[in-house]
Design a protein around this ligand. Structure first.
Ligand SMILES: [Zn+2]
Length: 163
């Protein structure tokens, strides 16, 4: 096992958002399941989720650890194109972020990372480019998070190691 392709750094950073989101929901629970926005520039990324408090240092360490476990496990990043209705019937609103996909979009590109037990690590309707497996991302380190109480938004900046 191991990553066999070579990818532009922003593709690795973008794919890391999916891995990190899975770790965030594992550690902070379903309350953190809505992504409000994402940002990628070079090897730097930021995931912003709706949440109601600042996570503890232990929780943040656990999120980082789990995200890096996912990279070590080198899980396949599956992409399937489905009619929107079918995707919604199969996966519910887990595929969506806080801001809705426009009504006129009838076909969704679903990005799915399964955990080693066959459960879902992360699923999201996303039409960007991804690495073939999580091992291609490289190690991820979390920066200092910011919690914006008035907006109930938790910002999680991160960097991936140079590839
Ligand atoms: Zn994506």
């Amino acid at each position: 096992m191991g990553c066999t392709g070579s990818y532009p750094v922003e593709v690795r950073t973008h794919t890391a958002l999916h891995v990190l989101k899975g770790a965030v929901v594992r550690v902070l629970g379903e309350a953190a399941r809505w992504t409000a926005s994402t940002y990628v520039k070079g090897g730097h990324g930021r995931l912003v989720v709706q949440f109601d408090r600042k996570p503890s240092p232990e929780e943040l360490a656990r999120i980082e650890e789990l995200a890096n476990k996912t990279v070590e496990w080198d899980l396949p990043v599956e992409v399937v194109t489905l009619p929107r209705r079918e995707a919604e019937e199969r996966y519910g609103d887990a595929i969506y972020d806080l801001f809705p996909v426009p009504e006129d979009v009838q076909e969704l590109s679903i990005v799915l990372i399964r955990d080693p037990g066959g459960g879902i690590w992360n699923i999201n309707a996303c039409n960007k480019e991804h690495t073939a497996s999580t091992g291609c991302i490289g190690r991820l380190s979390l920066g200092k998070p910011r919690f914006r109480r008035s907006k109930r938004l938790l910002e999680l900046p991160f960097d991936i190691e140079p590839g």
